[in-house]
Design a protein around this ligand. Structure first.
Ligand code: PEP
Ligand code: MG
Length: 588
């Protein structure tokens, strides 16, 4: 038996066996008063640490491989922080006013800054807390002249309060087997990087610094969320076997990415990808997706100023041309709820999730919307483009957009600017209203895309950002299952194609159910695509149909989940946990 088993949250799946090495000195910084004449010495030490750290960052930047070039910005921003005159002045003042060592001053000032950033509404600014924290930890190490962050030979399982992308880049490729941290979340830069480097990673291991020892053997189970300290022979034998099985499963998933996702009964489900940035195009190219089922266009609007039509056209045409002749479905701006652009945040709505969100915002601010639609129509001339409208609640919204599209096409025609005249227009089904009138919407939409993230939340009346009600988020809730059935049946009767583009597409239980309900296509983050295809290929169409019928009769979400679980466990055996673990880490 292992000496102890600590719980954590997997953010990058896999199993690793190795020796634990702490990145930073995790001992609490002691408060120790210094003599006033030592103040200058501590301030100079701080200055030297800042210079050393900037030098280290410069070297890290030289090490960033081309395929991870996007992380240069993150590391560059940390380097700026490490020499930020305001931050350094605040630390120097703290030393002088409180007569404390530089280490303690760094700790307190950085914590204070982090706390301020964590309270910010803007998620991008909130994320800056992690950068400041990472810089603070490394500055402290540099003070001691032992910046472990620079040691490329630090052992195989990295343990830390938190890690930043620079900590990954400083290591020789392949030298890092796993990462375990006390802090961190699934959407942090480091978690995203760990996933792209395929390094098993656990975050939120609360007891890590108290319970684990430097240099001790460990097993990181980033499938089930466990860190085994000092495992015995039996643990090791069990995990070696599990690790091999997982690696084989991954190989299976990837070898079939170019094949269609066809169930054993011959039912084909199209598998497409969700993207939000042209930078995601290489991932799209590798994952085997058959098109882009959802391109979220919000990214370009999360800036100080609104993007111009030309900027948007460049982005959209680049994506459309890159994947042609496959189709890209561009969803028009969906500001609101958890993704407020500045222009909407300025409205200061009491409850933006129920406010001028998605299509409502676009129709209220036609100048912003017209620019986006013109860019999209123009991009249509460079590839196979479809448009999708978010937060639809009535047929009038579809009609207003169609009228606007006609007007803009005339405008482009008059200007002699190339555009596509026949761009399909789809509606997102993500509000209870849209479900109830989907028969009427079918007459207005060329296709439906079910946004299950919002649909589940609006149907079950849970705010998607409120962790207190997160436990109610259950795709097996009978209200969700019945809504899906109603949409799918109506769409089939009216000949409207249905895609599911929310996270349900990458939930093995929901995916099985969706296959039984007759979904035409699913769209998910590129890294889920190989496993989604692998799963669908192992499903049997008529068995999925039976299962869907049984689940539809159930009013008990728990019982429905058990039904699906039993069926999947019979079909997939030991592979089921691989699917659940790989799908559990969040996508886009
Ligand atoms: C959804 O709501 O399911 C969806 C795909 O859109 P978003 O998550 O961007 O709101
Ligand atoms: Mg949505």
């Amino acid at each position: 038996m292992a000496r102890a088993v600590l719980a954590g949250t997997p953010v990058s799946p896999g199993i690793a066996i190795g020796t634990l090495h702490f990145l930073h000195d995790t001992r609490r910084v002691r408060r120790q008063r210094i003599h006033p004449r030592e103040v200058a010495r501590e301030q100079e030490a701080l200055c030297r640490a800042s210079v050393a750290l900037c030098h280290a960052f410069e070297q890290t930047l030289d090490n960033v491989p081309q395929e991870l070039a996007e992380y240069r910005d993150v590391i560059g921003a940390q380097m700026e922080l490490a020499r930020d005159p305001k931050l350094l002045a605040a630390i120097r003042d703290y030393i002088a006013e409180r007569h404390v060592r530089a280490e303690l001053a760094i700790d307190r000032i950085v914590e204070d800054r982090c706390a301020k950033f964590r309270k910010m509404e803007d998620p991008y600014l909130r994320d800056r807390a992690q950068d400041i924290r990472a810089v603070g930890l490394r500055l402290r190490e540099c003070l001691k002249g032992s910046d472990a962050g620079r040691n490329p030979d630090v052992g195989s399982v990295l343990a830390a309060e938190d890690v930043s992308p620079a900590d990954f880049m400083d290591r020789r490729p392949g030298s890092l087997r796993a990462v375990v941290t006390v802090e961190g979340g699934p959407t942090s830069h480091s978690a995203i990087l760990a996933r792209s480097l395929r390094i098993p990673t656990l975050v939120g291991v609360a007891e890590l610094t108290d319970a684990a020892c430097e240099g001790e053997p460990v097993i990181v189970d980033a499938l089930e969320g466990r860190l085994l300290l000092d495992p015995d022979e039996m643990d090791l034998a069990r995990y070696v076997e599990r690790q091999e099985a997982y690696q084989q499963w991954e190989v299976h998933c990837w070898t079939g990415v170019r094949l269609p996702a066809e169930t054993t009964g011959g039912r084909v489900v199209a598998v497409e990808a969700n993207l939000e940035n042209p930078r995601d195009l290489p991932a799209f190219g590798e994952c085997g997706a058959e098109g882009i089922g959802l391109y979220r266009t919000e990214f370009a609007y999360f800036r100080e100023r609104l993007p111009s039509e030309e900027e948007l056209y460049l982005e959209y045409s680049k994506v459309a041309a890159a994947i042609s002749p496959a189709q890209v479905v561009f969803r028009t701006l969906d500001s609101g709820a958890d993704k407020l652009i500045r222009a909407q945040a300025a409205l200061r709505e009491q409850n933006p999730a129920l406010g001028l969100r998605g299509i409502r915002f676009s129709l209220r601010y036609p100048d912003i919307f017209r620019g986006q639609l013109r860019a999209l129509l123009r991009a249509g001339a460079t590839g196979n483009v479809a448009l999708l409208l978010p937060m639809i609640t009535g047929i009038d919204e579809m009609r207003q957009v169609r009228a606007l599209l006609m007007e803009l096409q005339d405008e482009l025609e008059a200007e002699g600017v190339p555009y596509a005249a026949d761009v399909p227009l789809g509606g997102m089904i993500e509000t209870p209203a849209a479900v109830l009138i989907c028969d009427a919407l079918a007459g207005e939409c060329d296709f439906f895309s079910i946004g299950t993230n919002d649909l589940v939340h609006y149907l079950l009346s849970i705010d998607r950002t409120n962790r207190h009600v997160g436990y109610l988020n259950d795709p097996m809730h009978p209200a969700v299952v019945r809504a899906l059935k109603q949409i799918m049946d109506t769409a089939r009767d009216r000949g409207v194609r249905v895609t599911v583009c929310g996270e349900l597409a990458s939930d093995p239980y929901a995916l099985t159910l969706l296959t039984g309900l007759g979904v035409d296509a699913v769209s998910a983050a590129p890294r889920f695509i190989p496993a989604i295809k692998h799963l669908i290929r192992q499903l049997d169409a008529s068995s999925c149909d039976d299962l869907a019928e049984c689940v539809l009769k159930s009013a008990d979400a728990g019982a429905s989940r058990r039904m699906v679980h039993d069926r999947l466990a019979r079909q997939l055996g030991d592979e089921l946990p691989f699917f659940t673990a790989s799908f559990r880490t969040p996508g886009q």
